[in-house]
Design a protein around this ligand. Structure first.
Ligand SMILES: [Zn+2]
Length: 71
């Protein structure tokens, strides 16, 4: 009897194939569902790119904001 596909320690129970218990089945299913549905929302979006700014946005060529010398 192969070990449980989730905990890899206990033998598979025919009632919960390929797991050893309901607990491992639920945990594995939870992981699967979680990974499937949470991937798109947890994907970090690279916002700090060096793309050319669209028209209307001043190019950043001077000193950082906060140290401006406005009249
Ligand atoms: Zn198990």
């Amino acid at each position: 009897m192969p070990p449980c596909v989730y905990c890899h320690t206990r033998p598979v129970d025919p009632a919960w194939r390929p797991f050893c218990s309901e607990r491992c089945q639920l945990l594995d299913l939870a992981n699967w569902v979680d990974g499937r549905y949470s991937v798109p929302s947890e994907e970090p979006e690279p916002a700090e790119t060096d793309n050319p700014s669209p028209a209307g946005q001043a190019p950043r060529t001077g000193p950082p904001k906060g140290d401006t010398t406005e009249p």
